[in-house]
Design a protein around this ligand. Structure first.
Ligand SMILES: Nc1nc2c(ncn2[C@@H]2O[C@H](COP(=O)(O)OP(=O)(O)O)[C@@H](O)[C@H]2O)c(=O)[nH]1
Ligand SMILES: [Mg+2]
Length: 553
């Protein structure tokens, strides 16, 4: 029984715990149910969200589709625009090329217009250039209207050479008249082949003012000196470029173009269509040069020019003419291209010196800085040998560099000494009077010797007539014949010619004070008479001392 009661009790307890557990499980189920409900609500909500999102997504997809469509349309448009841009760019490039070529044409035309203006201005200033006075023209007129007809009637008295000398005096007088300062200077012609460095050589004696281009002669590899240029120091004008007109007037070239000297090349000169030298035979450049009494003449190179437009023959003649008129000649040889004096130089020098054998020649081996001392010495020896063989006399020879302004080896005399000895005031008035006197003396001598000859002949006829008379064979016929002969040997005409010539020379001399001024002319006459009396007393001394003289001999 107890066992039953105990079992019952255990079962009851077990039922109670099971009930408890059942209750707990129920509670939990309730809890879970609530949770599930909550979850279901949540799921429901999320489903709704998803549905919304899906709707939104499909909306966005539609939008994207639309955008993609737009994008591809835009890309298409873009490609089209790119093509259009490329086409436009090609067009622009074409237009730019056209603009460039138009620019070039315009610049060229502008250049041509500038050149044409320059030419026009130059011609008009030369034509209207004022002529200071007319002394040289009066001198010329006497020669043209009186001397030339006289020489045609008496061609054995005034020969062609004398007329040529008188013409040279005219050129010199015209030059002096157009630029009076010139007549106190000693002229040194600078000559040599193209690009020997003639212009640079002269520039090397100009005290440099950096800002003033016109204070220099234009230099360059191309032949640049087409018109001979006189470079001298002036008290009245600093760094001026003055053109001398064919009529003897002067034009300020710097007023026409401030950079005028660089324009004076063969190209510009040939662009005139006629020879500019005919209306502007030379120019003056005033600069602060080291040797104040010297006037350098920058002559055109004489040998065949590289440029076909240049007046080579004229250059040659011009160079020759200026060398003849100069007091001294410096001959330049460029050591960059020469190992000795070229044959063409020797030929030219011989020809030039044949016309003026007394000219003082100095040879400069220019661009010497480009050579070693040994090379310089070898070239110098070879040049001296060639000059000696050609019998060309020279006062000195020096290696010089015009850019470095440096002297190197020399022989006989240095360049400095040569230039210094000429750097003296020159009395051109006296010079001209002496030239005139020498021509006059020449004519005098010729006429007097003819008079002398005729007088001798007349004497012979007189003696003959006396002899014939003495011998008794002096008939009427013979008398008539002898009278005719006496008339043939009459000197009246020649004496008359002589006095006419003296009058002509006096008239020529009378034009000189107009050119040089009364004072300068009078001073020159005083100097001349002093020289003459000095000469006379020297002559008298040597006549008094014939023994001393003969001893000396
Ligand atoms: N190194 C050097 N070059 C020079 C010298 N003299 C002239 N030149 C150059 O040679 C060229 C021709 O000179 P330029 O004076 O125009 O010669 P031109 O034709 O005889 O008047 C220019 O480029 C000058 O700079 C010199 O002494 N040394
Ligand atoms: Mg030159």
């Amino acid at each position: 029984m107890f066992k039953f009661f105990g079992e019952k009790k255990r079962l009851r307890a077990e039922v109670a715990s099971l009930t408890q557990a059942l209750n707990d499980a129920n509670d939990e189920i309730q809890l879970k149910k609530a949770e599930i409900e909550e979850l279901q609500q949540y799921i429901e909500k999320q489903k709704k969200n998803i549905k919304n999102l899906n709707a939104e997504l499909s909306e966005k997809e539609e939008e994207i589709e639309q955008l993609e469509e737009n994008l591809s349309q835009l890309k298409k448009e873009c490609r089209q625009k790119e093509n259009e841009i490329n086409e436009l760019q090609t067009e622009i490039d074409g237009k730019n090329r056209l603009i460039d070529s138009l620019d070039r044409t315009i610049n060229k035309m502008q250049q041509e217009i500038d050149d044409a203006n320059l030419r026009l201005n130059l011609i008009s200033s030369l034509v209207s250039a004022p002529i200071k006075n007319n002394g040289a023209e009066s001198f010329n007129q006497i020669i043209q209207e009186r001397f030339i007809p006289f020489s045609q009637d008496h061609n054995s008295v005034i020969g062609g050479d004398m007329l040529l000398q008188l013409q040279n005096i005219v050129s010199e007088l015209k030059m002096i008249e157009s630029y009076p300062e010139f007549y106190q200077k000693t002229t040194i012609a600078i000559a040599g082949g193209y690009s020997a460095g003639k212009s640079r050589f002269i520039n090397s004696f100009i005290k440099q003012n950096q800002n003033d281009k016109n204070a220099n002669l234009a230099e360059g590899i191309e032949p640049t000196t087409a018109i001979p240029c006189y470079v001298l120091k002036s008290d009245n004008a600093e760094n001026a470029v003055i053109g001398r007109s064919f009529k003897g007037g002067i034009a300020q070239l710097t007023d026409i173009d401030p950079d005028f000297t660089t324009k004076l090349n063969h190209h510009f000169i040939s662009s005139f269509g006629f020879n500019l030298k005919d209306i502007m035979p030379f120019i003056f450049l005033t600069a602060d040069i080291e040797f104040e009494h010297l006037c350098f003449v920058d002559t055109p190179g004489y040998n065949p020019a590289v440029s076909s437009q240049s007046y080579t023959d004229q250059d040659m003649q011009t160079a020759q003419g200026f060398i003849e008129d100069a007091d001294a000649l410096i001959w330049l040889i460029g050591l960059d291209t020469n190992g000795t004096i070229p044959q063409s130089d020797l030929k030219f020098l011989k020809e030039a010196l044949s016309k003026n054998n007394d000219i003082n020649l100095f040879v400069v081996l220019n661009k010497a800085g480009l050579k070693s001392a040994e090379d310089r010495q070898n070239v110098m020896n070879s040049v001296i040998e060639n000059l000696d063989n050609a019998k060309i006399k020279f006062k000195g020879i020096e290696c010089y560099d015009s850019i470095k302004q440096q002297s190197y080896e020399f022989q006989k005399m240095s360049l400095m000494k040569f230039l210094t000895q000429f750097n003296k005031v020159k009395n051109k008035c006296l010079d001209i009077i002496q030239q005139l006197n020498s021509i006059k003396q020449n004519c005098n001598d010729k006429i007097n010797s003819r008079i002398e000859q005729l007088k001798n002949n007349a004497n012979t006829v007189s003696t003959l007539s006396l002899t014939m008379y003495g011998n008794g064979n002096y008939g009427d016929d013979a008398e008539e014949l002898l009278d005719q002969l006496k008339e043939e040997f009459n000197t009246h005409q020649l004496e008359n010619d002589l006095s006419q010539l003296h009058t002509l020379f006096k008239e020529l001399e009378n034009t000189l004070p107009i050119i040089f001024g009364e004072n300068n002319f009078d001073n020159a006459l005083v100097l001349l008479s002093k020289q003459a009396s000095k000469q006379a007393s020297k002559q008298a001394r040597s006549n008094k001392n014939p023994i001393r003289k003969s001893r000396k001999i």
